[in-house]
Each structure stands twice: as C-alpha cells, then as structure tokens.
Design a protein around this ligand. Structure first.
Ligand SMILES: Cc1ncc(COP(=O)(O)O)c(C=O)c1O
Length: 408
C-alpha cells in the first residue's frame, strides 16, 4: 500500500526527536534577545552567553555596524540580482576573492552564500565517481552531506586517528589504482564541538606515500589562528599543503557567506561547476563589501585576538582549578565534560540557565558517546572577568551536584 508521505513527517520520527518534543523553545530553538554579546536576555532574564562564535567581537563593533547600515541604505539586500554566471557578478565579489586568496596564501578563491552550502557543494564538484573520499568521523554535517553526494567510494576515519587514516588510505590507493581515480582527505582546522585541532601536520606527512589531496574546513580557525588570523594551516606551518582551504564568514567575521581557496585552475573550474552557487543568487553587495572591511579588521586584529586568547586561558585555568574536566586544544572553544543520563543532561542545563544565569550549549549522544554531557563554552574577545569568574563558580556548583546525583 502506498503511504501518505506526510504521515511519516512527525518530529518524533526525525533528528533530535529526544529533545525536540519536550525541549522546543528552550533547549532547541531558544531565543536570545538584546545586543549580540556575552550578556543577553533569555526567557526574560539576563544570561552570560557562551554560545556565539563571535570570536573577535566584530558582531558588536561600532565601525562594522556603521558600515553595514550605510551599505544597507545604499544597496538593500537586492543588489545584485541573479546568479554571478548570469547577471549578479560585481567587481566587489572578485576583489574580495582576490584579497581572501592572498590572505590565506593561495592563488585564487571562490565565494559562497554560506558555509554549509559551500562545503557540500564544492566536495560534490571536486569528486568524480572513480575518486575515493576519506573524512574524519567527527566532521561537521556539511562535510558529511558533501560526501553523501559522492557516488563513488567513501570512507571515514576515527577522529584524528592517524593509524585508522593510514589503513583507509592504503585501501583507497588500491581502489584508485584500479579505478584511475584520485583520493581526497577531508578534515577540519578546529573541530567545532570539542575545540581540538585537526592533526594537519601528521595527515600531510602521509601525502607523499598515498598521493592524496587535502580539504580543510577551517570555519573556526580563520581569523583566530595563524599570523594575523590567516588560519590553522598557517598556524601549523602547513598552509601550502592544504589543497582546498575553506572558511565561513559566520564565525570570526560575524557575517554570512564563505569561501574556498585553492590553485587558480581549480577555482576556475569550481566557478562553473559548484552547482549550488552557479544556480543561486549572488552574495549581496552588503555582505561582499562588508566582508572586505571585516577582513581588514581581522588582518589588523592582533589586539582582538590577544584579548580573546586571554579570556580563553583564564576560563580554562579557572575551570581546571575548580576540578572540572575540560578538553584541551588551541582554540577558544572549551568543552566541559560531565557524565550523566539524558534526563540529567536536561536537568543540569535547566539549572545552569535558570539558577546560575549561564547560557551555553549542552551536547549529548550521538555527537558525543552515550552517557557523556559536553558543555560547549566559546570564549570571545568581549567576555569580561566577571563573566568568566561567575561561570567558573557556577560550573563548580553544578559539577558537585552532578556527582551527588542531584540531577537524577
Ligand atoms: C566546521 C563548520 N563548517 C561549516 C559550517 C557552516 O557554516 P555556515 O554557518 O556559514 O553555513 C559550520 C557552522 O556551524 C561549522 O562549524
């Protein structure tokens, strides 16, 4: 019997069903109000916010606001109309691409309307059926979706596990010797949940033996790591060995949009073959010109990064001193780990929000193993000493309560 398609489209049958039903509007789809930054309103009360990837504080930078307002009054969101291939291309798109490419030490770059789309669509454009793709199993959903579009062989390797990667590479080599295809390895500069860096140096050391190309999504490293914020590849001294360097404007740039940088002939190819961009409206001029200004601020932003790292360091030292188990990693993302059931995860999140006025994301299975609760704290340049100290104190209290079984 043919089923009515709509019948199966129930929240209980979909992703996040465990929290989507009870937690909608609170755990999922919460509404933070007021000025973007470390103190915002949630459910009518001020909270200390650790959930924004506004690493350098550009979201509230008055210069950025003035520029965005001026651009909006001159162009509106409309300009330009149409896809770049047809009618939407402007000098500013090309100028921004040139500046981004030069900043991340690549020959050329292509813009995307947003990061998710840019990643999945460029992976789709890069791979042919005879190619093999190997990706870190903690990759962001946009990488997984790009890989899903590949109609050839795909394999994942255990997160940052070089032994597993090498096993997969030797299988890929055998397969591609027969298929006459290439091998693409995909990882991230900074992993967005745990805040640890991809083992780029170690991955790259396997290149001569297996002859693969490397795609790095550096959404959380761009603007933050490396000289003047040129990214994680630059920080680790391996930028030249990253064949596809990707970053979004949604984090340190506090905007929307994204880019991929590579060799000129590759970008020329992607200009015509990245379907989700070829057949979509171009990035508005507000965003493009705004990104040119933001890029300048990132390049000259050592003082912003210094404050952000200081805050990250103080938060980490304080949490450790208070006995919390935190993840290590050279990024402003600090995961705090606790152990507990799904019910405990929900109860502790409510307690920290309602009684300690801390707003952070709580992550559970399947993003982390069953029984683990990960609190994700993103330090930014704008957090204050009070924000940090109050948060450390709150975590100490909830961690003690968790151990006493208070949240059962
Ligand atoms: C690692 C990573 N890649 C890509 C994206 C998607 O970026 P955007 O928000 O610009 O679509 C994100 C955003 O969460 C991310 O964390």
């Amino acid at each position: 019997m043919t089923k009515d398609l709509l019948e199966s489209l129930q929240v209980k049958n979909g992703a996040f069903s465990n929290v989507a039903i009870e937690g909608h509007g609170y755990i999922t789809f919460p509404k933070l109000k007021g000025t973007l930054g470390p103190r915002m309103q949630f459910n009518g009360t001020e909270k200390i916010v650790w959930s924004l990837n506004d690493y350098l504080g550009l979201a509230t930078n008055p210069e950025i606001h003035a520029i965005d307002a001026d651009l909006a009054s001159r162009y509106s969101m409309a300009f330009p109309m149409g896809s770049r291939i047809m009618s939407g291309n402007q000098d500013e798109h090309e100028l921004l691409e040139k500046e981004l490419a030069s900043f991340v030490h690549k020959e050329s770059a292509i813009l995307f309307n947003f990061g998710y789309q840019g990643v999945f669509s460029s992976i789709d454009a890069i791979l042919k059926r005879q190619d093999v793709v190997i990706y870190d199993d903690e990759s962001h959903a946009c990488i997984i979706d790009g890989v899903r579009l590949h109609n050839g062989k795909r394999m994942s390797f255990k997160h940052n596990d070089l032994v597993d990667l090498e096993n997969k590479l030797s299988r890929a080599k055998a397969l591609t010797e027969k298929s006459n295809g290439g091998i693409l390895v995909i990882s991230e500069g900074v992993f967005s949940m745990r805040g640890d860096l991809g083992k780029l140096k170690e991955i790259i050391s396997l290149k001569p033996k297996y002859g693969f190309r490397l795609f790095i999504d550096d959404a959380h490293g761009f603007g933050v790591n490396g000289n003047n914020g040129a990214g994680t590849g630059d920080a680790l001294g391996v930028q030249a060995d990253i064949d596809f360097y990707f970053a979004t404007f949604a984090k340190s740039m506090a905007s929307t949009g994204a880019f991929l940088a590579s060799k000129k002939h590759v970008i020329d190819y992607l200009y015509y073959n990245t379907r989700s961009q070829v057949f979509a409206k171009a990035l508005p001029l507000i965003t493009t010109k705004g990104a040119i200004k933001r890029l300048q601020m990132i390049k000259n932003g050592d003082h912003l990064r210094k404050k952000m790292w200081e805050n990250t360091k103080n938060l980490r030292i304080g949490l450790k001193k208070a006995g919390l188990k935190i993840g290590e990693g050279d990024s402003p993302i600090t995961p705090v780990y606790m152990e507990g059931s799904l019910a405990e995860a929900r109860n502790v999140l409510v307690d920290i929000r309602e009684n300690h006025n801390i707003f952070c994301s709580g992550v559970i299975y399947p993003v982390v193993p069953k029984g683990v609760i990960l609190f994700r704290l993103v330090a930014t340049k704008n957090h204050s000493t009070d924000d940090i100290n109050e948060t450390i104190e709150a975590f100490k209290v909830i961690s003690d309560k968790m151990q006493e079984g208070y949240y059962l």
